[in-house]
Structure formats: C-alpha cells, structure tokens
Ligand binder design. Structure first.
Ligand SMILES: CC(C)(COP(=O)(O)OP(=O)(O)OC[C@H]1O[C@@H](n2cnc3c(N)ncnc32)[C@H](O)[C@@H]1OP(=O)(O)O)[C@@H](O)C(=O)NCCC(=O)NCCS
Length: 159
C-alpha cells in the first residue's frame, strides 16, 4: 500500500470552504458562529497554508504579520482523525521557516486561558508549550466569558 502523502502548500482560491468544514468539524474548539465566520474570511485575506492528505485538505494554518518583526498564528485547525500524528507541528514549522526567511523573530498565538477550564484547550496549550511557545499575558480581549492567553515564541529557539 502507498504511504500517506502529506503536502503543505498555500491555500488556493475557492478552498476557504474546506477550511470552514474543518472548523465546523471541531465544535469543542470552534463553537461560536461569529468566530467561524471571521476565521473563514481571514483564511482568504491572510497568508494561509493547507495540509493535503491523500488529495483532500485536512488542516490549515493562517498567519498574520503584526509588525516588521512579529507575526501571529490567527487560526490553526486539523481534522480530529489526524490529531497527534505530527501534522500540527509540520504546519507550525512551515510558517516559522517562512517567517524566519523574512527576518520575523517573534510569533504569538492567542488561545483560551486556563482560568476557564477546558480539557480541549488544555491540550491546545500543551501543544503550543511543547513547540516552544510561552505564556505572555492573560487578558479579556474576547470578554470575561472567554479569557484570552497570549503565548509567544522567539523563532530562533528550536522546538
Ligand atoms: C492543535 C493541533 C493543531 C495540534 O496538531 P497535532 O497534529 O494534533 O499535533 P502534533 O501531533 O503535531 O504534535 C506536535 C508535538 O506536540 C506534542 N503535543 C501535542 N499535544 C500536547 C500536549 N497537550 N501536551 C504536551 N505535548 C503535546 C506532541 O507530542 C508532539 O511532540 P513531538 O513533535 O515532539 O513528538 C490539533 O490538535 C488541532 O487541530 N486541535 C484542535 C484545534 C486547535 O486547538 N487549534 C488551535 C487553536 S488556538
């Protein structure tokens, strides 16, 4: 049998709907309708890479340059059946390399803070920590119901 081929490439026109389906398949992470709509818009407006497995888009990462030296992971999602197989790491490393080539030194990500307990987001924070991101601050950017944790990584530090 052929081994599974995993290709990371830029999002192509018309593929935002594949990203939307991925977000909608993960309601424990992406359960707020307005956020899904905003993420789908941003997938088309910002730099986005998808991971294609056996010819289908199974995950994506969207990155936003915030300054000449810093960028942000705006959204990252992978279909649940592919979690835990190194694909999330591959997507993050892909954008880290692209950003480093443009002399961008810092990468941040905003995620649900631990002050609102969630086993799903505990996993997400563990993933980012493992890849070298560290908590910078907790704030109420998304309101008190969804406390926000900003994590940051200096890109020259290997994961
Ligand atoms: C977060 C997500 C993208 C991670 O992708 P993934 O493919 O499941 O993760 P990987 O298999 O690439 O894991 C990479 C590394 O992190 C480690 N890791 C993953 N979760 C971890 C955790 N909770 N605690 C500690 N380490 C963890 C893995 O063991 C692996 O280590 P290694 O590369 O040294 O062997 C994916 O699980 C996902 O889509 N989750 C739902 C949506 C989400 O959380 N998006 C982010 C919103 S801010």
């Amino acid at each position: 049998m052929e081994p599974e081929r995993n290709v990371i490439r830029s999002l192509q026109s018309g593929e935002a709907s594949s990203c939307e389906l991925i977000l909608r398949s993960l309601p424990k992470w992406f359960g707020i309708e307005e956020s899904i709509v905003e993420y789908v818009r941003s997938v088309e407006a910002m730099e986005t890479y998808v991971v294609e497995l056996s010819g289908s888009v199974m995950g994506f990462i969207t990155v936003n340059e915030r300054s000449a030296s810093a960028a942000e992971i705006h959204v990252l999602a992978l279909r649940a059946e592919w979690h835990g197989r190194g694909i999330g790491r591959a997507l993050v490393e892909h954008i880290e390399n692209a950003l480093l080539a443009r002399d961008i030194e810092y990468l941040q990500v905003k995620t649900l803070a631990p002050s609102r307990p969630s086993p799903e987001y505990e996993r997400t924070r563990g993933f980012y920590w493992h890849l070298g991101f560290r908590p910078l601050e907790e704030n109420h950017l998304w309101g008190p119901e969804s406390p926000c944790l900003i994590m940051v990584k200096h890109l020259t530090c290997p994961a």
